[in-house]
Design a protein around this ligand. Sequence first.
Ligand code: ADP
Ligand code: MG
Length: 674
Amino acid sequence: RMPYLNKMDQFASELPIHKYKDQILQLICENPIVMITGEPGSGKTTQIPQYLLESSDLPRILKSSKLKIAITQPRRVAAIAMARRVSYERKCGLGKEVGYSIRFEDCTSSKTQIKYMTDGVLLREALQDNQLSRYSVVILDEAHERSLDTDILLGLLKQVVQLRKDFRLVVTSATLDIELFQNYLGNCPLIQIEGRQYEVEVLHSAVKSDLRVEFAVNAAIRIHLHEGLGDVLVFLTGSEECEKACRVCFDTLQKLVAKGKPVPSMMILPLYGAMPSEEQSKVFKPCPEDTRKVIFSTNIAETSLTINGIGFVIDCGYIKQKAYNPRTGLDALMVTPISKQQAKQRAGRAGRTQEGKCFRLYSESFFEEQMAESAVAEIKRVNLSSTILTLKALDIRDVINFGFIEPPDHEALLMAHKQLFLIGALDEDGSITELGRSLASLPLEPTYSRCLIASLIFKSYSEMLSLVAMLSTENIWQNVPKMDLENTENAKQAQLQFIDKSGDHVTYLKVFDSWRDNEYSEAWCYENFINARALRQARDIRGQLKTMIKNFRISGLPEEKLYNELMEKKALSSDSSIRLRLALCFGFYMNAARAVSYGQEGSYLSVSDGTMLHVDKQSSISILGKYPPWIIYTHLSGSTLSHGSLKVLSKIRSEWIEDLTPKLSQANLERLVG
Ligand code: ADP
Ligand code: MG
């Protein structure tokens, strides 16, 4: 394995970008906007900000003795990993000269000059300071990903460039859609980093999609036993699949060993967004000689993170991503086929340092016929409420003519305006309200922020904080493998202690409160089959939200009237669960649904448009088998586009809902948007 190990220890000077350093600096000095493209791994993310710091001319030109550089990433994992890497390369502690900032976590200081951050965080900073005056340079990285927030930032920063002579915008991307960006950015200068790409042999074999984990593991083991040097990168769809693949792979190897088969050692690692960052950094470490690294990863290894020494790629052909359900107005995570471009990118990961092979778990005709040429940009497929609210808060009144790189669909704009109007964030003219500004200042979906504000009135603020925090983390229940029958039963019993008849939201709250009553104990989580990491995260998030919302005092909210009425009638008990659910209604009353008549237990008709919804089997009310006449749901999910089974969470007694729903005609809506 020697030839590899040397290559794994690449130095910055060996990176393809190194030859371009002077050219990059010169162009950035001379032009307000520069675009830089290059294959993943060429050094764009880690090197460009360091070049900027080393420039002797730039501080003078940008009139700043101490440059501050922001580099955005569509994914939080990438923001953390890149900051770690660069602080390591520069031998400075993380959070000093180099830091990162992601939602609910800021690891920077007054010394920080290179700040990796999610695009969402930079967008939020723009709300406080719309010219981003604290930065001299912003690098919008991974622009080809076309994340919603990066798209919006592109539009905003184009305007900043007009206003600030002491500012530079650098846009970087993989070698995709270059023309689209260059045109959008006024034909700015472009540097294309040439990198060596080795031949990758692509092999197709169709497998059943519900068995992709098993097939992927088999393929990895075949490679391990029969192929030459090179680590293995496996693309799966989500964290559960990656974790499951690791377990199945480990078990299968054990069985081979037990049968007396000679099996060389293998290092099995998962890689996905929700992992703690120390765990993630393991995938970058070279493994011992004679050991092959096998990484089961989500899409994050497609372009944002480059792992050296990969010789083989296994591509399941699917991706899990947010998709918008136009009827319900909620985003759901869907597993859908990747695009041809993405399939090629994934295969390319095998050919960075030597010739490689890519095993596709789908047929050639699937590639040709089922995969679109390129991926659909996020702006075309997700709920836009939060984005529209941000734009309104930035005093951009005419959002239709904002100058998007690719405009969103009109229907989606309508829906977003409708949602924002319904929660009181916009008025009849489509202008942002005082309430809307408060909602925009919180790093949450506006609906959740709305619930928090309502909870102040209903005196269930503390509970709502816990609930929103719990809903902002990963799955709180411990994953137990299906094969493990005993623990599956134990986990079910443990879960039952928390299940509340008024639905999942109260159940979540009970879990959090019990954990708090047990001194936030790790052992308690373990005993009760609760995901300790998710709870710790929730506790952190709760703490942060608490400091953000302290000074909100908004008068004249509709819930005030309702609260007073209920108090007068003595209809509001001290039961905090009822107060919590009432407050939830103010964020989600448009997601109310009425039970379908007897005989169809667990089926509901949505009030807003009559969509049929089915309560998920895992939901508290399904577990108890007692379906209330009304529910309010905050989550929908569907496994594939073809059959989207809908998940419905939580319920509420909702005599009040209908009174709250303003009658909105199509004409009114059009006026709101226009
Ligand atoms: P690009 O942004 O062009 O995709 P990067 O700057 O992310 O490229 O990566 C440049 C090189 O640095 C790659 O060879 C990558 O493997 C390596 N690298 C990045 N992060 C780490 C890390 N944490 N550990 C080791 N190598 C890393
Ligand atoms: Mg990069």
